[in-house]
Design a binder for this molecule. Structure first.
Ligand code: NA7
Length: 552
């Protein structure tokens, strides 16, 4: 005689280890853990790394730092937290950010809910119970009602398929997988491959320490000064006093930045006025060169060309060797067509006698050898090779986690032609699964936008719980509409074919826009509609009702 099922064995009543399982202890995942607990959910967080930080844990290469202002990138949910943490610099260096995130985790007693050194390798939705079974590399299993992958957009490092890369017998590092113990560069022959935001940060910082530094550049970037500075005691006071105003600006800014938006088109000004304006932009902090620049900078070719020529003249003025200066001036894209890096002393570095620049378009890498790098020019010996070659942006982490939705649907297959999302937080066929700060998130100051998404997710799962439902899954129609909006808007995006925002830096990846082309305004508008309509764009269901047509 078969034993009658005990309550816990009935699929729809399967017990869970936690209500909410968050993956990733970066700035978004920590906030999600905090918010879920604040709303009374049991919540756990699993993190592949050995500590808190996400991007700010893995990217610990010398020179890694914010290029959004520290206090605008930080959490804003607690004025006490804001008051007690004194950022040292307007653009904090990685160690300070890592310290800050550790402080937050301890300050809000979150550490005991985090399991480090735990990489998620599978996540399978169980339709009968409406829960997720999550497997980790160490063989453990966790069951959760809601799964939130806060796994980041720039978290899967990309190594180009250069012949012989594995053969190199010296030290080899990727900027996005930097070791915990400091790398000793002293008196070594160092190659840096890649001149995106990471490459141009590390180059000036290690140049004086190394015996020689060879920078391998495939494409030059439009780099402008970060204009960082320590925060003075007076500024610290002003920041505290101006907290509410700052939050207001950040929460209403399209890109989550503090900088006032430009109010003039380029040719409203005379040539002399434009020159003076560009000089002010050059001396302004970080992203203000985009946010506060002429309103038509990204859309008026003549305006963009004039700003580019201004930067080119600056480069020619700084770099003493005219041939090197010309190599450092981009010829293949306009300003803003790629994510612009912000630098401190980058161009000046090329005046040092131990630093050289190789243009890979002229002399491509043929292969990496056991002892160095071979180009058309011959083989150059190195002790250290730094791969600053970027990331599988947007979808890289999510499509590698073994996520299986309803009826075993594989996320990487469902997204094989590019991501499909609603609000950049959910995808159809994967109930109770969310991915704040993933694909279709806006460009700009990431924590602000990702925080908006976490707040939405927290509201949604609270609604589900408080109304007695077990699952929430976005309707295909809402997903279609949002994805079509992103694709349509991509045509007007300033970013070009060569920007990783289209995924084109990864061979074989479908060319799809990976940001939210509607930006924060579109996100806010849509969230309002969802809440006003009692989550009409989602299917809410009780797992005990499955198969009986009693879903909403
Ligand atoms: P990026 O911005 O994607 O830069 C990667 C760099 O690596 C870029 O200069 C690439 O040249 C170069 N690259 C890529 N593949 C190759 C090969 N095969 N050979 C030579 N050079 C290559 O990544 P980062 O880490 O610098 O910055 C990522 C983000 O982190 C940044 O936007 C900030 O948000 C923080 P390319 O331009 O493609 O010719």
């Amino acid at each position: 005689m078969t034993k009658a099922p005990q309550p816990d064995e009935r699929p729809h009543q399967r017990t869970t280890d936690t209500d909410v399982l968050v993956v990733g202890a970066g700035i978004t995942g920590v906030y999600q853990l905090y918010r879920a607990r604040e709303m009374g959910f049991s919540a756990q967080l699993v993190e592949a790394g050995g500590g808190v930080g996400g991007t700010w844990y893995w990217n610990r290469y010398p020179g890694a730092r914010f290029d959004s202002e520290s206090y605008t990138y930080a959490y804003l949910f607690s004025k006490d937290l804001f008051d007690e943490w004194e950022w040292q610099e307007h653009f904090a260096e990685q160690p300070e950010t890592e310290r800050y995130l550790n402080h937050v985790v301890d300050r809000f007693d979150l550490r005991r809910h985090i399991r480090f050194d735990t990489r998620v390798t599978s996540a399978t939705f169980d339709d009968s119970s409406g829960t997720w079974a999550v497997g980790t590399e160490d063989g453990s299993q966790l069951r959760a009602r809601f799964l939130v992958a806060a796994t980041g957009v720039l978290s899967v490092p990309y190594f180009p398929d250069v012949p012989g890369r594995e053969d190199f017998r010296g030290e080899s590092y990727h900027t996005g997988l930097w070791p915990g113990t400091p790398v000793d560069f002293a008196d070594k022959r160092v190659a840096v491959i890649g001149t995106g935001s990471s490459g141009v940060q590390i180059v000036p910082v290690i140049a004086d320490e190394v015996a020689s530094l060879t920078v391998y550049q495939r494409s030059a970037n439009w780099c402008t000064p970060l204009n960082n500075a320590p925060i003075t005691p007076k500024e610290q006071q002003e920041l505290r006093a101006g907290f509410e105003d700052m939050c207001e600006v950040l929460n209403t800014s399209i890109a989550g930045f503090l900088h006032p938006v430009g109010d003039r088109a380029a040719f409203d000004d005379s040539e002399t006025e434009r020159r003076a304006f560009f000089e002010r932009m050059w001396n302004s902090p970080g992203f203000s060169k985009l946010s506060s620049n002429y309103t038509d900078l990204l859309f008026n070719e003549a305006a963009n060309a004039e700003w580019c020529e201004f930067i080119a003249q600056k480069i020619r003025g700084i770099v003493k060797d005219p041939g090197v200066a010309e190599m450092l001036i981009p010829k293949d894209h306009r300003f803003g067509e790629k994510r612009p890096p912000f630098v401190t002393g980058y161009y000046e570095t090329f005046n040092k006698p131990n630093v050289s620049l190789v243009d890979l378009k002229q002399t491509p890498i043929i292969r990496v050898t056991e002892t160095g790098i071979e180009t058309d020019d011959g083989e150059w010996p190195f002790d250290v090779v730094v791969w600053a070659t970027g990331f599988d942006f947007g979808t890289g982490a999510l499509t590698r986690m073994g996520i299986r939705g309803r009826h075993g649907l594989a996320l990487e297959e469902y997204w094989s032609d590019g991501p499909r999302t609603f609000l950049g937080v959910q995808t159809t066929g994967f109930p109770n699964f969310f991915f704040p700060g993933g694909p279709h998130a806006a460009a700009g100051n990431n924590p602000r936008y990702n925080g908006d998404q976490v707040d939405f997710i927290t509201d949604a799962i609270t609604y589900v719980r408080d109304h007695g439902y077990d699952t929430i899954e976005v309707d295909a129609a809402a997903e279609d509409k949002w994805t079509a909006m992103v694709d349509r808007g991509a045509a007007d995006a300033p970013f070009g074919e060569s920007s990783y925002f289209f995924g084109t830096n990864i061979p074989g990846k479908p060319r799809k826009y990976l940001l939210n082309s509607g930006g924060r305004p579109k996100l806010f508008k849509e969230i309002d509609k969802v809440i006003e309509s009692d989550y009409k764009s989602f299917r809410l269901a009780r797992s005990s009702d499955r198969g009986h047509g009693r879903q909403r």
